[in-house]
Design a protein around this ligand. Structure first.
Ligand SMILES: Cc1cc2nc3c(=O)[nH]c(=O)nc-3n(C[C@H](O)[C@H](O)[C@H](O)COP(=O)(O)OP(=O)(O)OC[C@H]3O[C@@H](n4cnc5c(N)ncnc54)[C@H](O)[C@@H]3O)c2cc1C
Length: 535
């Protein structure tokens, strides 16, 4: 319409260099042993931020998957149909090894490099990260069963996405999903009622249901079921030989967000499955998978925070109000700097945690505790942070086209799945009580920051005091304090003084209000912002 000229609107956020703009990510990748992968991460990032890939992300969410239970003749088919954009996203991430890089080429920094890639592809689109993550995470659990690993390992490691619904033996690659949660219990998996009847030679027939089964078009799932000796872990393929296995997809969930990803309810009607690990020790077996998906929850939430921050920094660099760019207004600077602190702390913790997955044996005790602590805290911080970042865009942020509503709807999810907040905090208490070496390893890492800042030292003392006889009802405040001193220790050692000083003042000495942007005076917000978005 020729009624007006469009003024004071920012250009679209696309065609940027996500690694170059994310100083904390780039420094962290080098620090945590993956400097060798910088070129690959950089290349992936450029493509991830291209208008073409960002559009695939939009299309995959605007055109959610459809369940086809029957064909036109009435035969059951139990297939989910995805928009081509979904397949393109899967192809992109798999071609860069986000689903299997460290298993293809195990080396120092491989999990860190993969974490950085996951962080960047997540910013293109979050939903497809679910099957990517479950496939990555299933591999170490399969290592407990060499015969199954021999059969499935090469398919998992393939870089070629194969979307065809065929027996796995006919495909170039395979995706793996997970089935633990049932109607009567998700956190309490010991309440699982799905039965596993032995058929001989390690094969069982599974009968029961799974209330949440994301990525039902995966080629196989790791599921829990009650065998004669107790809850056990099984590999359940979608096909047995040339036949479809007895896996019925009943419904797809109508979810708050994560709309590109099909999350289903399934029934198993004597479905054929192979046992993994020892019968009766299913929880211990599947935990290997769960821990890796928990790492991915931390990566995903760190990605959401960075992504939302980037949108708010970009918008406020271009948008003027009251005669000045928003970014130059002192109160907006306080909000943006506060968001940048939260994002950098999440990124630093996420990368340090990923490194513990590289040091499989040496850092097992640290990984045990840090996975739970980081899963609770980083995932919990995503939702409030995304909400505040969205407001930086004003009304535009509330409009679907901005992309922020998609991140906002996604933000609570990582805190729910793979162990909801309370369950994770109770897990930390369990580890504190039963695994003193895990507690010591966490404290050892935290203590590396001692002496750098008196506020950090005081917060470490206070967190340690809480470790004496921790009570169940106080588990959240205990885990929160451990997470904060761990982040503080990392930032005190590795971030520039403007960041660590502000983190210690606001998160450790608690000179901060209940909302983002309540920074005390005397902090260098401009320096924090210059780091978060280098010009
Ligand atoms: C989009 C989506 C996809 C999913 N995909 C999968 C999948 O592919 N495979 C799969 O197996 N599962 C999947 N899940 C399920 C998810 O892992 C569970 O929802 C989650 O583990 C919580 O279990 P629940 O829903 O049964 O809640 P409940 O276990 O009933 O918990 C409800 C609340 O109570 C809290 N709580 C539980 N026990 C205690 C306690 N002792 N003390 C204090 N508080 C407690 C929990 O923290 C939670 O806040 C998915 C969920 C979602 C939302």
């Amino acid at each position: 319409m020729p009624t007006h000229e469009v003024l004071n609107q920012p250009p679209p956020l696309q065609n940027y260099d996500p690694l170059a703009l994310d100083t904390a990510l780039g420094e962290g990748v080098r620090r945590e042993g993956a400097g060798w992968a910088e070129g690959e991460v950089h290349e992936l990032g450029l493509r991830a931020a291209s208008p073409e890939m960002l559009d695939q992300g939009r299309l995959a969410n605007e055109n959610p998957p459809k369940l086809k239970t029957h064909d036109r003749f009435g035969h059951r088919i139990d297939e989910v149909e995805f928009h081509p954009a979904w397949h393109e996203l899967m192809r992109f991430s798999m071609s860069h090894g986000v689903h299997a890089g460290p298993w293809r080429e195990p080396r120092e920094g491989a999990h860190v490099a993969r974490a950085a890639k996951m962080m960047l592809v997540s910013q293109t689109e979050y939903g497809h990260g679910c099957p990517i993550s479950m496939t990555y995470s299933a591999f170490p659990a399969l290592q407990k069963e060499p015969k199954l690993l021999e059969e499935w390992g090469p398919r998992i490691k393939s870089l070629e996405y194969d979307a065809r619904f065929l027996p796995a033996a006919k495909k170039t690659s395979a995706l793996i999903g997970m089935g633990m949660t049932e109607k009567q219990g998700g956190s309490d998996v010991r309440a699982n009622t799905t039965k596993a009847e032995p058929q001989g030679q390690g094969t069982h027939a599974l009968t029961g249901h799974k209330w949440f089964c994301s990525a039902p078009m995966s080629d196989a799932f790791l599921v829990l079921a009650q065998a004669p000796k107790g809850l056990s872990c099984f590999l359940l393929p979608r096909w047995t030989g040339q036949e479809r296995n007895a896996v019925r997809i009943l419904r797809l969930k109508d979810k708050l967000g994560n709309r590109s990803n099909a999350s289903s309810e399934i029934e198993l009607d004597g479905a054929q499955a192979r046992i993994i690990g020892e019968e009766g020790r299913g929880v211990q077996t599947i935990l290997e998978m769960v821990n890796h998906t928990r790492l991915d929850c931390v990566i995903g939430s760190a990605a959401m925070m960075r992504h939302a921050l980037l949108h708010s920094l970009h918008h406020t660099r271009h948008r003027k109000a009251f005669g000045k760019l928003l970014r130059e207004q002192p109160l907006m600077q306080a909000v943006l700097a506060d968001l940048a602190l939260e994002s950098e702390a999440a990124t630093a913790l996420m990368l340090r945690l990923a490194r513990a997955y590289d040091r499989r044996d040496a850092e097992a005790p640290f990984r045990r505790m840090a996975t739970a602590v980081a899963k609770f805290w980083v995932c919990k911080r995503a939702a409030p942070m995304v909400a505040e970042a969205l407001e930086c865009l004003g009304g535009n942020g509330y409009v679907e086209e901005s992309g922020l509503p998609r991140i906002y709807r996604e933000a609570p999810l990582n805190s729910i799945w793979e162990g909801s907040g309370n369950v994770i905090c109770l897990d930390v208490l369990r580890a504190l009580n039963k695994e003193p070496e895990a507690r010591d390893a966490l404290l050892e890492e935290i203590h590396l920051g001692r002496g750098a800042d008196r506020r950090l030292d005081a917060a470490i003392d206070a967190a340690e005091a809480r470790l004496v006889k921790p009570q169940e009802a106080q588990a959240r405040s205990l885990v929160e304090s451990l997470a904060l001193v761990l982040q503080g220790s990392l930032l005190a050692r590795f971030a520039p003084p403007c960041v660590s000083d502000a983190f210690c003042a606001t998160r450790l000495a608690r000179d901060h209000g209940f909302t983002f942007g309540t920074l005390p005076s005397g902090l260098d917000a401009a320096a924090i912002l210059a780091r978060a978005f280098p010009a």
